[in-house]
Design a protein around this ligand. Structure first.
Ligand code: ADP
Ligand code: MG
Length: 711
């Protein structure tokens, strides 16, 4: 198996090798088991000679030994390990069961006198030891196969990265000369910041194809039309559209020009790009996603700890039942067969009770669930998050960037007093906002730039999160923000308030621009609702989940938006650091609370929630914050995440039920409880076979989860 990414190293390879060995053991075990059965039951197969009983036992011992000691080695090792730590697991049951059958046969074979002297039959149960060991191992092989099948989600992600990259050779010596003389000559084009130069294609630039793992940070790479982008980086030359849907879920190709970011694994459309590698190996967005999914799939859900706890009690009880079975049959069993029936029934109890399927119930379903999520742009951090999402009763949505597109635009700039024009107002505001990263600020700057309004840089600048900014521009103190900010600076609004309210009631955000203590203008900002925003509340209601809206925006704006999409509970004018407190408050009512935010300024609230759902576009910040990351920025995925959680936990419960009911019902049968009433005994071989089947059926049941469809 060729491994594409460095993070996929040791662990996966070890699993692969382990499975190869398991396969060999199953094959050897099967062949030997068939031979043992043919030999043990000569009446079944006419062509096997009828050996003398003692010779036959020796032959059986020779065939069964490798099965017990090599094929079943892991069970013995596991049981020994457990014994030393005074715990009991399924390995204990399997090892005790097959070990007892094997040892008994060994004693009969080695010391036949012991039995003949007491008029006992020279009966051995090597067939039981061999067949059961092989069957259980077969179950384990299927289990491992199923596990690697369920992580097909990871394989698909791995396949996104191309195997090679085209590196543009930069000649170090030429570079220094060029830098020293600043003579470009044939060496063009020139690469900005890095100061790298190379001779262009036409002038015979050298391109070499290198394996992905040899790409290092700072390499210049050529991305040809129609090719996948190999690592994360920045465009340094060229123009193209890139399909990023595999990472972000955004189906419209994104235009990329110099300075734009590229994500490894995405597909370049028609143009040719030269990029500088900024993230390689473990540091790419894709590698982060893969790591996250792999870690999540390997993580334990609380419900699984429950299964472990039950096993810890269950197994010792089974061991006691086994001893009781053995002793009772030995004392009360039919005279001639008491010994062998005692042994065979005790072994049957051990084997039927083995809670193999129990151990499989949770992890297999979780792996399928998390894998399915990843394939549908829902990244789930761990099994616990997936489990918790099922219980969500309240979901708090952030407004900007979560329910709305977050593409804010200036719809109006109104001058209140003075000789200023609307353009001048916008110019002043934009100059003041230039240093702010807030979407509101960016919208104002963008609007000014699109109207070619000349901007200056503020000489001093202060940002007040959740309120606005204060800056010193063109020898004036400018304050821009909401009413809370105006109050903070004692700026009187008086007659303005009505006007602000009107704008807000239309669902737009009004901002006041003040010079010194005097309000001089109002800027209105609008944002569009995301396309499925009006359906989400309804879909959640059907799942009996209450929706909330939380925002730092003005109450009227929030209410107007909430009304449009049917949210009844609104928390408005909440300062960024109070969002987390609001989440906590709701949690106190006993509800499991999910918070949906765009992952940047909502991070504390995401962390405070029982389930933090980050609306990300594959950015690192977004992935780190919530326990669930919605990669495609699609609100429907929030509903799907909860549906997926519920479906997965339902599967786990089904699995647990089947694993348990099976053990509990059959243990008394195996112990021979029905025998006195004329009922059947459970042959250990049948017990082993049924158990292997039960493991397979639990895994199968988990795989059925793959039928889950996103809506
Ligand atoms: P949200 O909760 O919608 O993401 P924030 O808490 O970041 O919003 O901001 C709340 C409000 O504070 C905004 O609606 C806006 O009125 C005001 N505000 C925040 N930053 C700025 C800024 N840089 N310029 C002007 N107003 C701002
Ligand atoms: Mg926001």
């Amino acid at each position: 198996m060729k491994l594409a990414l460095p993070i996929q190293g040791a662990h996966e390879q070890a699993t692969f090798r382990e499975n190869q060995l398991l396969k060999q053991k199953v094959i050897v075990g099967s062949v030997l088991s068939v031979m043992i059965i043919m030999l043990a039951f000569p009446q079944l197969t006419p062509f096997v000679p009828d050996f003398d009983l003692q010779i036959r036992n020796w032959l059986l011992l020779a065939l069964a030994a490798p099965v017990e000691l090599w094929v079943g080695w892991d069970f013995l090792k596991g049981a020994w390990h457990n014994l030393r730590h005074r715990v009991a697991t399924m390995d204990t049951l399997v090892a005790f069961g097959t070990g007892a059958a094997f040892l008994y046969g060994g004693v009969v074979t080695l010391f036949p006198r012991l039995f003949l002297d007491h008029n006992l039959l020279l009966e051995t149960y090597f067939d039981v030891a061999a067949v059961v060991t092989t069957l259980i191992l077969l179950g384990r092989y299927f289990e491992n196969r199923a596990k690697s099948q369920t992580s097909s989600a990871i394989k698909k992600l791995l396949d996104l990265a191309p195997k090679i990259a085209h590196r543009v050779k930069t000649d170090d010596s030429q570079q220094t000369i060029a830098q020293n003389t600043s003579e470009v000559g044939l060496r063009s084009p020139r690469f900005g910041e890095a100061g790298l130069r190379y001779t262009s294609d036409v002038h015979g630039v050298a391109i070499e194809d290198i394996p992905l793992n040899q790409v290092v940070k700072g390499d210049l790479l050529l991305v040809k039309p129609g090719e996948k982008i190999s690592v994360d980086g920045l465009v340094v030359e060229g123009y193209s559209a890139v399909n990023e849907s595999m990472i972000t879920g955004e189906s419209v190709p994104i235009d990329k020009v110099k300075g734009d970011q590229l994500i490894g694994g995405t597909l370049n459309a028609t143009g040719s790009l030269t990029m500088k590698a900024t993230g390689v190996g473990k540091d790419t967005v894709l590698a982060h996603i893969i790591q996250l999914v792999a870690a999540a799939q390997a993580s334990k859900a609380p419900i699984q700890r429950l299964a472990d706890q039950i096993s810890a009690v269950f197994v010792p009880i089974v061991l006691i039942v086994t001893v009781v079975t053995f002793v009772s049959w030995f004392i009360f069993g039919p005279q001639s067969q008491a010994g062998s029936l005692a042994l065979i029934n005790a072994v049957a109890v051990l084997l039927i009770a083995c809670p193999c399927a129990l151990g499989l119930a949770t992890p297999t379903a979780m792996m399928v669930g998390i894998g399915l999520g990843a394939q549908n742009s829902i990244l789930i951090k761990d099994a616990e998050s997936l489990e918790r999402a099922r219980n969500v009763k309240s979901i708090i949505f952030d407004k900007t960037g979560t329910l709305t597109k977050g593409e804010l635009t200036v719809t109006d700039a109104m001058v209140l007093t003075g000789p200023m024009s609307a353009k001048q107002l916008l110019g002043l505001a934009a100059s003041a906002e230039r240093k702010s990263e807030h979407p509101v600020a960016k919208a104002i700057v963008k609007s000014a730039q699109s109207q070619h309004i000349p901007l200056t840089w503020p000489t001093s600048f202060e940002s007040l999160p959740g309120q606005g900014v204060k800056a010193y521009v063109s020898r004036k103190t400018i304050v821009i923000g909401n009413e809370r900010l105006m109050k903070l600076f004692n700026i009187q609004l008086d007659s303005l308030e009505k006007q602000l309210e009107q704008i807000a009631q239309s669902g737009q955000t009004p901002l006041v621009v003040a010079v010194g203590q005097e309000p001089i203008g109002i800027i209105a900002i609008a944002d569009e609702l995301k396309k499925d925003a009006d359906q989400i509340v309804d879909s959640l209601k059907k799942l009996h989940i209450i929706s909330w809206l939380v925002t730092g925006d003005k109450k009227e704006v929030a209410t107007a938006i909430a009304k449009k999409i049917g949210i009844e509970h609104v928390l408005a004018e909440v300062l960024p650091h109070d969002k987390a407190a609001q989440v906590q408050r709701l949690k106190l009512t006993g509800h499991t609370v999910a918070m949906v935010g765009d992952g940047v300024n909502d991070a504390p609230a995401l962390a405070a929630a029982d389930v933090g759902i980050a609306m990300g576009k594959g950015s690192d910040v977004a992935i780190e914050s919530g326990s669930v990351t919605i990669m495609n920025n699609d609100l429907k995925s929030v509903v799907n995440a909860i549906r997926l959680s519920r479906a997965t936990i339902r599967k786990v419960k089904q699995n647990l039920f089947w694993a348990f009911i099976y053990n509990i019902v059959l243990i008394p049968v195996a112990a021979g409880a029905l025998y006195p009433f004329g009922g059947p005994l459970l042959n250990p071989i049948l017990a082993g076979a049924a158990m292997a089947l039960s493991s397979v059926s639990v895994v199968g049941n988990s795989l059925l989860l793959k039928r889950f469809r996103v809506k």
